[in-house]
Design a protein around this ligand. Structure first.
Ligand code: NIG
Ligand code: FE
Length: 449
């Protein structure tokens, strides 16, 4: 494939060539000082694994804090007075770029562990139909839903898709997201799924944040395989997964396991093929109807996402596993559902919860983690602290990146956000407006207000 920067610049639909995020700057040493509330998310106890129960609300806040980042990593974290006494900082003052955070809030960059950014445009007919009262299953049965995004993705060039993805990544960073899981899933042929993953890779190469690609070929049964889903599953297992593995195009394989999509048995087949190829797995479960989770747990999925419908027994099982339950309230909001996942019950019973946007054109066209946090608070009764931990450290666990992401600790990637608020609870409070004034990914300023 030609090198993107040399031969084949990504063009946005208006024809303008897109370069590496234009206002991103890498600093060898960066000191964020005068931080009113520094949410470090350092672990409250010696327990390892994703946050559960009452640990989820522990943000480990330093008042009047400072963070030193060197060569893209967090070098030290503490109070401002400690930072200014630090001999290394005193000696290297000239080499350090200092950012005065104005007494505002700094926290880890958000980790959005569930997005579908490889599509070309909105689905406005579905939007209107739903407002008129037609539901998700009826829209899908009439040829709308996921399938209606497939034709445009099949027709689009890799560059066109990459341009849409890059624009989404830039918008995400503007709202504080520095790590994104990105799924394919609107191609549904070998060629178009591979093209979608290549587009994710090309967009990711132009963005300073971290992108984790996922093969979601089992998103919907393609029209041409209607009534022959097993044949499509064979293609996913025997052609797509091996090719994706060979090309190192994805880290995870996802399946939409629900009554309108793939059966439990088909999901097990796909999970087995992924595991045999050395890819980790995750699944959309229990969005429309209850999915039995026990048979899937043997594959040690990184996450089960949606979990609107989950049995008592499976809640007890999840509480004993490191598989994270990722709730995506943007989908419930946008589908106009009165009900949301019972996050309160999941947390109180010890299940590890992450929070994600589920950015996609059908059920959740938002790329804002603060919006997801606001919905988590108002609709699922999560506290602001729980919502923030679910969108940072537990998002990192859901992507198996907790050794690098999700908290502000020495040695981790320098992924940080500055929010123009005095108190972290304002992040989910001011819904619909963006208070993120700076996002930093691996020590590089991705966007600045
Ligand atoms: O997570 N549930 C399956 N996938 C998406 C919907 C995608 C679409 O409608 O385009 C979801 O909600
Ligand atoms: Fe999804």
């Amino acid at each position: 494939m030609p090198s993107l920067s040399r031969l084949d610049p990504i063009r946005d639909p208006s024809g303008v060539a897109l370069k590496r995020t234009s206002n991103s700057r890498v600093f060898p040493a960066l000191l964020l000082a005068n931080i009113g509330q520094l949410l470090t998310l350092q672990p409250p106890s010696a327990k390892t694994g994703p946050r559960r129960g009452s640990d989820l609300k522990e943000l480990s806040i330093v008042k009047n804090g400072a963070v030193l980042c060197v060569a893209g990593k967090i070098a030290s974290v503490g109070t401002a007075s400690e930072a200014f006494r630090d001999p290394w900082i005193r000696k290297n003052k000239r080499k350090i770029t200092e950012i005065d955070c104005g007494g505002k809030v700094v926290l880890p960059g958000f980790v959005d562990s569930h997005t579908h950014p490889v599509f070309t445009g909105p689905r406005l007919v579905d939007f209107e139909k739903r407002i008129e009262g037609v539901n998700y299953e009826e829209i899908a049965a009439a040829g709308g839903g996921i399938r209606s995004s497939v034709e445009p993705v099949r027709k689009a060039s890799c560059n066109e898709l990459a341009s849409h993805i890059l624009s989404a990544l830039q918008n995400m960073a503007a709202q504080g997201t520095t790590t994104v899981e990105a799924k394919s899933g609107y191609g549904l042929t070998v060629e178009s799924e591979l093209k979608s993953l290549k587009a994710i890779r090309e967009a990711a190469a132009c963005w300073p944040g971290t992108v984790i690609p996922t093969l979601l070929a089992a998103h919907a049964i393609p029209e041409e395989f209607r009534g022959r889903s097993q044949e499509y599953v064979e293609i996913v297992c025997k052609e797509m997964i091996p090719q994706v593995t060979r090309g190192k195009l994805a880290q995870f394989v996802d399946v939409f396991c629900d009554k309108v999509a793939f059966s439990l048995h088909e999901t097990e087949q796909i999970f087995a093929a992924a595991t045999n190829s050395g890819l980790a797995v995750r699944a959309h479960v229990g969005q429309l109807s209850e999915t039995a989770l026990e048979p899937l747990l043997q594959f040690q999925p990184a996450s089960f996402d949606h979990v609107d419908h989950v049995s008592e027994d499976d809640i007890a099982r999840l509480a004993k596993h490191d598989t994270v339950a990722a709730v995506v309230p943007g989908a419930n909001y946008f589908l106009g559902l009165g009900e949301y996942p019972n996050a309160r019950c999941l947390i109180d019973r010890g299940v590890a919860i992450a929070l994600a946007t589920d950015y996609n054109p059908g059920t959740s066209p938002t790329l804002s983690m603060p919006m997801a946090m606001s919905l988590a608070c108002t609709q699922m009764k999560m506290s602001p602290a729980e919502a923030i931990a679910a969108g940072t450290i537990n998002g990192a666990w859901a992507l198996r990146l907790a050794d690098r992401k999700g908290s502000i600790e020495p040695g981790k990637d320098a992924d940080l956000n500055l929010f123009a608020v005095d108190d972290y609870r304002e992040i989910p409070y001011w819904f619909g407006t963006n208070r993120c004034t700076m996002a930093i990914a691996s020590g590089s300023i991705v966007c600045r207000d």
